[in-house]
Design a protein around this ligand. Sequence first.
Ligand code: ZN
Length: 272
Amino acid sequence: MGRLLAVLAVLSLLGFFGLLLVEQQMIRAVLPFTPAAGGSPRPPSAGGEVSSPAGGDRGTTREGTGEEAKAALLSAKAETCDDERVLVDGSHRLPSAYAPEDLVSLPGNDVPTLGGRELLLRREAAEHLGALVSAAAADSEELVVASAFRSYDDQRLTYGRLKSIYGAGADSMSAPPGHSQHQLGTAVDFTNAGAAYQVKRRFGYTSASLWLQHHATEHGFVLAYPPGGAESGYRWEPWHYRYVGVENAERLERSGLTLQRFLARVGVTPHC
Ligand SMILES: [Zn+2]
């Protein structure tokens, strides 16, 4: 009798672990993310010098459908859009009323701006940006900020203007309102003399751009739309960097994922 009970106990334990295994497989099947490693980056020269009348940053993407949408359902909701890891793209939209409350002026923190015009950035991002720009200058690299925070209304006006001129083509130049990382107050567009002080792909061929590739992470900034992101529907935007904090930037670098995939995996979607 005792032996029978022992056999039954072993069988039930095996059954329990079997179920656990099945459940894990199901979870893996639902979670679609795989590192974006591999795949050759689209040659930066492919599109030539594509100007960006609105400062680029389309935010449009083919992600957000199918597997990505399933993941979005699984992901946690951010209590506030102030979270540095909030995913903003063609499928994830910021509310029209959202604007960060800790915006500070640039130039400030020794950050040069294009034409010395006043731009706004969240305080922590601005402080780290100041350190980044100073470190670049110490290495004789010039970085000038052409664009920083853009409000929902700014984006609406810009997008509307482009739409009236280019129609559907506007989507390749500017993100619709609510879908721009610039509304977060943590994204900046760089330029310099090598790029004729314009926001263009030409910036990607400057030594300052190369310097950023090696040092931006140390200051918490990441290239949001790298050349390797073609598979996710993003164009290369060598001028556009987003502050996500040093720890997140380093985790992102180690992951080999694109920013969008990394943020989707972290699972902080706008809910504010
Ligand atoms: Zn930008």
